[in-house]
Ligand binder design. Structure first.
Ligand code: PNS
Length: 159
């Protein structure tokens, strides 16, 4: 079985994340675990359980995927799940340095696990969770960028 983990903070989960999971779980992997990081260095708007819940709701129509929260090292969690691949999205050149550093370090920590990158579909290349939060906070329309559940959750947070 060809298993991948797709880790991230997902604060919150966007249609860009979904596009990547959909393509990976339909065309490339038998199973994709969406791994929501508890212990991210970033301060999050949504709690871990809220982020998991919103990712699950956004992915309700997809098969071969599972959303799980994790704490600790990603490579250890991937190994527990029998995943051989860490999947990440690479949108713009500015993502590269951070992604390169992380994948090199993950490789040093566990040489059996490979990082694989997918570029976004064109319409999502500009999309990020931080921009979506900023637009929602300022009262802009985010319905094209996130699921209706995420939209409602953001509106409630910023009320
Ligand atoms: O969505 P993000 O914030 O870019 O995701 C970053 C994430 C969660 C993938 C990264 O911080 C991570 O892997 N955290 C788990 C802890 C870990 O393994 N750290 C060492 C990375 S080399």
């Amino acid at each position: 079985m060809n298993i991948a983990v797709y880790p991230g903070t997902f604060d919150p989960f966007t249609n860009g994340h979904k596009d990547l999971v959909q393509r990976a779980s339909t065309n490339i992997f038998d199973k994709v675990y969406v791994c929501v990081a508890e212990n991210s260095r970033k301060e999050t708007l949504f709690s871990l359980s809220e982020r998991i819940n919103l990712a699950e709701k956004s992915l309700i129509d997809l098969k071969n995927i599972e959303v799980i929260g994790f704490d600790g090292l990603l490579v250890d969690f991937a190994e527990k799940l029998n995943a051989k691949v860490i999947l990440r999205g690479l949108r713009v050149v500015s993502d590269f340095e951070y992604e390169f550093q992380m994948s090199s370090m993950n490789k040093k920590l566990n040489h059996n696990i490979e990082s694989i990158f997918l570029t976004p579909s064109e319409s999502y290349a500009f999309l990020s969770s931080s921009l979506v939060k900023e637009i929602a906070e300022l009262g802009g329309d985010i319905s094209k960028f996130v699921s209706s559940e995420v939209k409602d959750a953001l509106q409630t947070k910023y009320k």
